[in-house]
Design a protein around this ligand. Structure first.
Ligand code: NDP
Length: 434
C-alpha cells in the first residue's frame, strides 16, 4: 500500500485473497518461507504505452494503453482487454491478479494477464474504433504472441474490436498466428460457443451449487444485473433450464416483471439496437422500470447474479437480498460484491459462488479456442458446450475439495482461492525460486 497508494481495487483484491488462503499458509508454511507470497502479488511485468489515433474530425487523440503480465508459471499470460474510461493501473492489476487464479482453477495451462485502455468506445464511429484498435495493437504487438501472451475481450472489447486488432497484428507480423488473440469471429479462428461461455458457465456452476445442496434451478426466480454479454447468456441458459429471470439492468436503470423477462427482447434491444433497457417496456408494457440501477437488489429472488461490474452490490444490498429470501449468489462479473456484502451472505447461510470460479467459463472456452487454433481444427457448438459443462463441474468440485480441507465445505471463496493458488505456487517452486 505504501509503494502504490493509488491502487485501491488491487489492494482490495489482494487483501481478500490473502485472508482467505491464510489457513493454507499456516498448514504449509513453505509458501511464505520460499518467498512465494511476496512474488505472487507482484506482476511479472506492467506495460503502459501511448495510443495515438485520429478522430473523424481529423483531430489527434491520445489514450493510455496497458498490459499487465501477471504470472506465467503455468502457461502463457492470458486475459482480456478492457476499453473503458475507468481503466487505470489499479483496475488492470486487480483484474490480472484475479485472472491468474481463475485461469489456474480451470485446470488448463494458462497464466494470468489483463490489459486495456482508458479509451471510451461509447459514441465512437466504426472507423474511429478501427483506427484506435489498430494503433493500440501496433504497440501491444511487441509484447504478445501465441506462446507469450494471449489477450481477449472484456468490457468494451467484443468481436469487432478483436477483429480489428487481429488484422493489425497479422499485418505487422506478416503471418497468420490465429492463437495470438481469442474471441475472434468463428469464420477466422474463433470458437463456437465463446460468446455464450461466461454466462452459460455461470449457470452451470450455479446448477452444481444447487445440486450439491438438494435444490433445483428449475422453478427458481433470478435477478441478473447488467444486460451485456455475461448477463444475457446467463439469462438465456437459466431460462432454457426452466428458471424465471425476473429482473435485469443497465447503467441507466433496471426492469422487473415477476412473470419473467423475455431474453430475446433484451437481446434485440441491447445487442442489435444498442439501446437502453428501458425500451423493453415498448415491447412488454406490463413491466416496471426504475432509474436506480442498484435497485435491482431489492427485487425478491431466490438467486442473485451480479453480472455487470465491480463493487456493484454492497452491504446494504446484501442485507436486503437476504431479507427477501435469496438462497444463492453467484458472481458473473469480476468482484461485483464488496467484501462486506460477501460477509453478509456467508454469515447468513447464502450459497456464494465467487467470480474466479463462477465466471471462469469464458476464459476456459478462450483456451479451447487456442487449442483449436493450434490443431487447426474447429469443434461444433455442442462439443464446446459439453467441454464447458465438464470444466465448470470440475471447477466446482476443486473448490469444494479445497474448502473441505480447512472448513466445512461452505466457503467457496476460500476453496477457489486455495485451489487456484496452490497450483500456481507449486509451479513457481518447481521452476525454481530466485
Ligand atoms: P458488457 O459490456 O457486455 O456488459 C456490461 C453490462 O453491465 C452492460 O449492460 C452495462 O450497461 C451494465 N452495467 C455496467 N455497470 C453497471 C451498473 N453499475 N449497474 C447496472 N448495470 C451496469 O460486459 P460483459 O458482460 O462482457 O462483462 C461484465 C462483467 O463480467 C465484467 O466485470 C467483466 O470483467 C466480467 N467478465 C466478462 C467475461 C466475458 O466473457 N465477457 C468473462 C469473465 C468476466 P450499459 O449497456 O448501459 O453499458
Amino acid at each position: 500500500v505504501k509503494q502504490d497508494p493509488n491502487e485501491p481495487e488491487f489492494h482490495q483484491a489482494v487483501a481478500v485473497f490473502l485472508q482467505s488462503i491464510y489457513p493454507l499458509l499456516e498448514k504449509e508454511p513453505q509458501y511464505i518461507e520460499k518467498g512465494i507470497l511476496k512474488q505472487i502479488v507482484e506482476p511479472e511485468r506492467v506495460i503502459t504505452f501511448r495510443v495515438t489515433w485520429v478522430d473523424d474530425n481529423g483531430k489527434t487523440q491520445v489514450n493510455r494503453g496497458y498490459r499487465v503480465q501477471f504470472n506465467s508459471a503455468i502457461g502463457p499470460f492470458k486475459g482480456g482487454l478492457r476499453f473503458h474510461p475507468s481503466v487505470n493501473t489499479s483496475i488492470v492489476k486487480f483484474l490480472g491478479f484475479e485472472q491468474t487464479f481463475k485461469n489456474s482453477l480451470t485446470g488448463q495451462p494458462i497464466g494470468g494477464g489483463k490489459g486495456g485502455s482508458n479509451f471510451d468506445p461509447k459514441g465512437k464511429s466504426d472507423n474511429e474504433i478501427m483506427r484506435f484498435c489498430q494503433s493500440f495493437m501496433t504497440e501491444l504487438a511487441r509484447y504478445i504472441g501465441p506462446d507469450i501472451d494471449v489477450p481477449a475481450g472484456d468490457l468494451g472489447v467484443g468481436a469487432r474490436e478483436i477483429g480489428y486488432m487481429f488484422g493489425q497484428y497479422k499485418r505487422l507480423r506478416g503471418a497468420y498466428e490465429a492463437g495470438v488473440i481469442t474471441g475472434k469471429a468463428p469464420d477466422f479462428g474463433g470458437s463456437l460457443g465463446r460468446t455464450e461461455a461466461t454466462g452459460y458457465g455461470t449457470i452451470y456452476f450455479v446448477q452444481e451449487m444447487l445440486k450439491d445442496n438438494r435444490m433445483r434451478l428449475e422453478g427458481s426466480t433470478i435477478a441478473v444485473s447488467g444486460s451485456g454479454n455475461v448477463s444475457i447468456y446467463a439469462m438465456e441458459k437459466a431460462s432454457q433450464l426452466g428458471a424465471r429471470v425476473v429482473a435485469c439492468s443497465d447503467t441507466t436503470g433496471y426492469i422487473y416483471n415477476e412473470k419473467g423477462i423475455d431474453v430475446d427482447t433484451v437481446k434485440e434491444i441491447k445487442l442489435k439496437r444498442k439501446g437502453r433497457i428501458k425500451e423493453y417496456l415498448d415491447f412488454h408494457p406490463d413491466t416496471t422500470y426504475s432509474e436506480d440501477c442498484a435497485g435491482i437488489w431489492s427485487v425478491p429472488c431466490g438467486i442473485a447474479l451480479p453480472c455487470a461490474t465491480q463493487n456493484e452490490l454492497d452491504e446494504e444490498h446484501a442485507i436486503t437480498l437476504v431479507k427477501n429470501g435469496v438462497k444463492v449468489v453467484a458472481e458473473g462479473a469480476n468482484m461485483p460484491c464488496t467484501p462486506k456484502a460477501t460477509e453478509v451472505f456467508l454469515n447468513n447461510g447464502v450459497l456464494f459462488g465467487p467470480a474466479k470460479a463462477a465466471n471462469a467459463g469464458g476464459v476456459a472456452v478462450s483456451q479451447l479456442e487456442m487449442a483449436q487454433n493450434s490443431m487447426r481444427l474447429k469443434w461444433t457448438f455442442e462439443e464446446v458446450d459439453e467441454r464447458l459443462q465438464d470444466i465448470m463441474k470440475s471447477i466446482y468440485r476443486n473448490c469444494v475439495d479445497a474448502t473441505k480441507e480447512f472448513d466445512n465445505a461452505t466457503n467457496l471463496i476460500q476453496g477457489a482461492n486455495i485451489a487456484g493458488f496452490k497450483k500456481v505456487a507449486d509451479a513457481m517452486i518447481a521452476q525454481g525460486v530466485i
